[in-house]
Design a protein around this ligand. Sequence first.
Ligand code: G6Q
Length: 536
Amino acid sequence: MEFIDFSALRAVQTLKGLARKPYSLAQQKALTAKRIHRYRGHSCGFDLLYATQRVDETTMEGLQNLAAEAELVDKFKAMKSGAVLNTISGHESENRQVLHTACRDIFSTEPLAPGATAQAKEQLGKLQSFLNDLQNGTITNSAGQHFTTIIQVGIGGSDLGPRALYYALRRYALPGRKALFIANVDPDDAAAVLGGVDLTRTLVVVVSKSGSTLETLTNEELVRQRFVAAGLEPSRHFLAVTGAGSPMDDPAKYLASFYLYDYIGGRYSVTSMVGGVLLGFVLGYDVFLDVLRGANAMDEAAEEQSLVKNLPLLMALLGIWNHNFLGYATLAVLPYSQALIRFPAHLQQCDMESNGKSITRHGNPVQWLTGPVVWGEPGTNGQHAFYQLLHQGTEIVPIEFIGFRQSQYREDSRLQGTTSQQKLVANMLAQSLALAQGKDHRNPNRKFAGNRPNSVLIGEQLTPYAMGALLALYENKIAFQGFCWNINSFDQEGVQLGKRMATQILAGLKGSARSSLDISSDNAPETSLLSVAGMK
Ligand code: G6Q
């Protein structure tokens, strides 16, 4: 397995040539029935319709060659098998394996990374018996009542993924169970959440892999104080999810402690106990296993060499085509599913924290574009907001639409001959076509240039299995792109810098009274900033 710079790949030179005249979607008869049927990929119950991308047969051949030359599937398999890929050669780095896939390789008789999978199974076993104890009343509150609510206290990777999946799947919640989240160190976040909660029937799961994140430790203490003030014993309500041996690894303080290991990155940790405790509590253990099954199926699909059978790879390469070759700077992910309301926020982190890098795996500055800016919001709401720019703005934004044929609740009504679900999907498909084809008009203000590339990812219904598959689809897409750009997608020095700077600035605040600053003296920028912000 060789890590080659993106610019040194032969396929890149070929694709550069092809990008001088990409397929025009706005030309007459660009979107024939034949093309629409042909440009389709399929994995784990999802179809990707990509006739509305600026690609033709030659482009697709070029992209398939790029995947082969950069050995993307081999690198993915190496990752799943425990290769140390979170590293920058010749420099100090995290130097770790990347094994979030092991959390869902539990169904296989011969897992690729048996040690990590055994650890995942051990944690799952512990979770199952804890959830059983809650269910059968072995564990209750001090009044002998069942718990109804769980609050997750965590931030970044310890918040965004679990929150996105909770909103996506709360339709499947066990009767009477719900989840809430506190992430921001803004005291108003905690105040708003705690205001409406019956603490006596609430579990609090504190999630921090490092066990040292300022926001999470602060919020944990704040919530503990609220329990104490209400006359409740926190150790009967608080759970911990943390790295084994972290400062939070103190089982005496918690009703139960669950672990994750250094080979699971925060933003890839939803399928570990980071998401497992909350999702298991709300949805039940078996439903959480369905999420893992879906993710595992997509991990297996990601081992296919053929693009049309490997949606993570196909989407990774279409993204590279749009970003590196056609030069589009951002990517909008627009789910036509209200349940996916927090999914774009999770992807913002997962994608931008992974691939927002400018150093190669060998420690050299990259000479090519890496991760795009990723953003999004559910449709059809977005159509009444920012889609104007998507249709007629000067910035061309490639789009990944996500939709489902069936609604989750199946509670729908027929109006003017169609159901609401049909209206939803029809809107998504209409946008896909309109953006690609454009529309001519005598009035320049009513003219649409078209050639706005997009794909439609469509599944049957957003079930727990489908959500697991969708989550892993994006995780694996991001990993493929990182391998192709020859960067380390698994560290996050930018986040660490922020954590260090905040600690430094806070140190300057401790015990100090507000005073006016002597601008003639050579203050550290932290001191000056605190002063002009009116905090010192
Ligand atoms: C994720 C990042 C980051 C991390 C948070 C919380 O990949 O590393 O978002 O998840 O900073 O960290 P802890 O879980 O250690 O509190």
